[in-house]
Design a protein around this ligand. Structure first.
Ligand code: NAP
Length: 284
């Protein structure tokens, strides 16, 4: 049994579909059984064959039913109680965990969120579980931030319009997780994950416009304007970090296109254009 935490999220939902869909068998010929974790099973919907279980990652004791009989788990970082979750998984008999961290542990280790992710990576490495760490870059699905404006026929406003980052399709993060969970050779490894090409905010909006079949105006904001919008929601420190990572303080390591997705999964990384086409309905 594989437990997928974050199963209603961008990566987790793709992972559930990939684990349950063909090929349904691991290299050893054993069937893959999938259990999806959510805080609210009544609101979630999963493909047939997926076992759904309630649990809250901030209350590790609530995970007892979720962890029963689990040999491996998938866990997105960021809920704050990861160390206790790893301990509970180990007590329940799990052998392996695949953690979603962030590429910023490599590219911007001074940022608070990167420090937190690195601490969680170390907690996993010290947990006694076999581990695989995924360090994705910015997700293509972050473009959903613009969905409301686009649906409302308003222009998209974004800073650093012409800085191209190698945004990764969440399904590719899932595909690497699926491989790590079901095939040998990925324990004790950390993988930096990117998409197949650098794509600017301006080009992302053009790709969404092409996917929905109408023009979407784009207005470049200054950093100060963007900060004034973000800070009330995220706090000043996180707003600055987001703006640095979006274009204000990028570096070669963040800009680099990596071939990890293709190397691990055997399939080329999906483009931003593919993500936009698949998710056009969210922008119509
Ligand atoms: N976005 C990016 O650019 C980016 C870049 C690098 C790394 N990451 C990391 O990638 C990971 C996955 O992101 P994503 O976009 O797939 O996530 P997402 O779409 O935001 O979904 C979050 C998921 O976490 C679950 N969750 C949140 N709090 C929970 C709790 N207390 N207990 C149980 N489940 C909880 C939610 O489940 P329910 O609501 O159903 O309970 C939901 O399935 C995250 O760790 C994120 O930090 C993101």
């Amino acid at each position: 049994m594989i437990l997928v935490a974050g199963a209603t999220g961008n990566v987790g939902s793709a992972l559930v579909r990939q684990l349950i869909g063909p090929p349904q068998r691991t290299g050893t010929g054993a069937a893959v059984r999938v259990r999806a974790l959510t805080r609210d099973p009544a609101r979630a919907s999963f493909p047939a064959g997926v076992e759904v279980v309630a649990g809250d990652l901030t209350h590790p004791e609530s995970l007892r039913p979720a962890l029963e009989g689990v040999r491996a788990l998938f866990l997105p970082s960021g809920t704050g109680e990861e160390e206790a979750v790893f301990a509970a998984a180990r007590r329940a008999g799990a052998a392996h965990a695949v953690l979603v961290s962030s590429i910023t542990v490599l590219t911007h280790p001074h940022l608070p969120a990167a420090r937190e992710n690195l601490a969680v990576e170390r907690q996993l490495q010290d947990s006694g579980l076999a581990w695989t760490v995924l360090r994705p870059t910015q997700f293509a699905s972050n473009a959903l931030w613009w969905a409301e404006a686009i649906r409302g026929r308003e222009p998209v406003r974004a800073p650093y319009a012409d800085v191209g980052l190698p945004a990764v399709h969440p399904a590719d993060v899932a595909a690497v997780a699926r491989t790590a969970l079901t095939e040998p050779g990925h324990r004790g490894r950390a993988y930096a994950l990117t998409g197949p090409a650098r794509v600017t905010a301006r080009r992302q909006v053009a790709a969404i416009a092409a996917a929905i079949g109408r023009d979407v105006p784009f207005v470049e904001m200054s950093r100060a304007e963007a900060r004034a919008q973000l800070a009330p929601f995220l706090g000043a420190e996180t707003a600055d970090a987001v703006l640095d990572l979006t274009g204000g303080d990028v570096n070669d390591a963040l800009l680099r296109v990596r071939d990890t997705v293709q190397r691990i999964t055997g399939a080329p990384a999906r483009s931003f254009e593919q993500w936009a086409t698949e998710n056009a309905a969210a922008f119509r």
